[in-house]
Design a protein around this ligand. Structure first.
Ligand code: NAD
Ligand code: UDP
Length: 329
């Protein structure tokens, strides 16, 4: 199928990752419909796409019945199902809705895929591994997840979403792909997103206190958004039958303390560092084993952390300059 024949639904398309995905899909010639309730997404992420006649967007919640413009009418070849708040403070703000988004929302999108014959890619997460006892984490690791803690609405929600996806796949109702996405960063994260990369960069640029939760020795592995988009599209477009989840992330692991040092060095910031309590169930370490993505998709990240941070800092700095100009008049 050529890209010109593709009509693609991107749920969560006004969010951080979703908006970059919309850009890339339009760039390769597809028609794209974004479905988003703007819970954590922003109109400004997709405003530049409004001029493109191949782009359309619908404000709707994936938990609700399908909007009139789609129900029984739209024919999609592919559905990228990304809708779900991804940052701990945002997905914990309304845990019931997060759980329903993962479960009911995914069921609704799987049914839509079944009805229209679309292949569906589910954006799952490294959080399905919880606070892992196996390091790095291969897809075969079944995880160590609390089903009662404050992160459970998201972690268990995504685990249930994977279950639904593979049930639809096994019964041959939908051709499904499942990406387990590890920490991803880049331009278009919200300044108030609450995740560590955006928090630390915004704090460093504005001279505010940099917040480290715990002692900063916990680790993460950060993937630049363009690498992730490339991985998602390869996973969706692969002609190979892929009936297993695939980790997508950058295996370069560092502590939160190291990340802060790098951002401080790149921004030349004088911000003081303040230590705050480690949130409950915060994973101690995380690093993807990407052997499967390498083998099945020929994929691995190309953007080094230094370069990715430079680009992200540049973007946040220009956003801050724009908003202070608006403020001045
Ligand atoms: P984001 O919060 O920027 O984007 C999520 C988008 O989904 C937003 O536009 C939001 O408005 C929309 N949304 C949320 N709930 C919805 C609902 N019920 N109905 C319709 N739209 C809804 O987050 P992101 O970082 O772009 O994450 C996108 C996807 O990738 C999520 O599914 C997330 O779980 C997954 N993911 C992201 C990361 C990461 O590090 N960014 C890591 C693992 C998994
Ligand atoms: N974190 C931090 N300061 C912040 C925000 C987050 O030290 O201002 C920590 C957080 O406790 C976690 C790590 O950074 O250990 C990554 O957090 P993030 O929310 O970005 O992602 P996740 O915990 O979902 O991997």
């Amino acid at each position: 199928m050529t890209s010109k024949n593709k009509t693609i639904l991107v749920t969560g398309g006004a969010g951080f990752i979703g908006s970059h995905l919309c850009d890339a899909l339009l760039g390769e010639g597809a028609r794209v419909v974004c479905l988003d309730n703007l819970l954590t997404g922003r109109e400004s992420n997709i405003a530049h796409l409004r001029r493109d006649h191949r782009f359309d967007s619908i404000e709707s919640d994936v938990v609700d019945p399908l909007p009139y413009r789609i129900a029984g009418k739209a024919r999609f070849t592919h559905i990228y199902h990304l809708a779900c708040a991804a940052s701990p403070p945002h997905y914990q703000a309304d845990p019931e809705h997060t759980m329903l988004t993962c479960v009911v929302g995914t069921r609704n999108m799987l049914r839509l895929a079944e009805e229209t014959g679309a292949r569906l890619l589910l954006s799952s997460t490294s959080e399905v591994y919880g606070d892992p006892e196996t390091h790095p984490q291969p897809e075969s690791y079944r995880g160590s997840v609390s089903c009662t803690g404050p992160r459970a609405c998201y972690d268990e929600g995504k685990r249930a979403a994977e279950t639904l996806a593979f049930d639809f796949h096994r019964s041959k109702r939908v051709d499904v792909r499942v990406a387990r996405i590890f920490n991803t960063y880049g331009p278009r994260m919200r300044p108030d997103d609450g995740r560590v990369v955006s928090n630390v960069i915004c704090q460093a640029l504005s001279g505010d206190e940099i917040t480290i939760y715990g002692d900063g020795s916990q680790t993460r592995s950060f993937c630049f958004v363009s690498d992730l988009i490339n991985g998602l599209m390869r996973l969706m477009d692969s002609d190979r039958p892929i009936d297993v989840p695939v980790n997508l992330g950058n295996p370069t692991e560092l502590t939160v303390g190291d990340l802060v040092e790098r951002v401080v060095a790149l921004t030349g910031s004088n911000s003081p560092v303040t230590y705050m309590p480690l949130p409950i169930d915060d994973p101690r370490r995380r690093k993807p084993d990407i052997s499967r993505a390498r083998e099945l998709l020929g994929w691995e990240p190309a953007v080094a952390l230094q370069k990715g941070l430079e680009r992200t800092i540049e973007w946040f700095a220009s956003e801050q300059a724009k908003s202070s100009q608006q403020w001045r008049g």
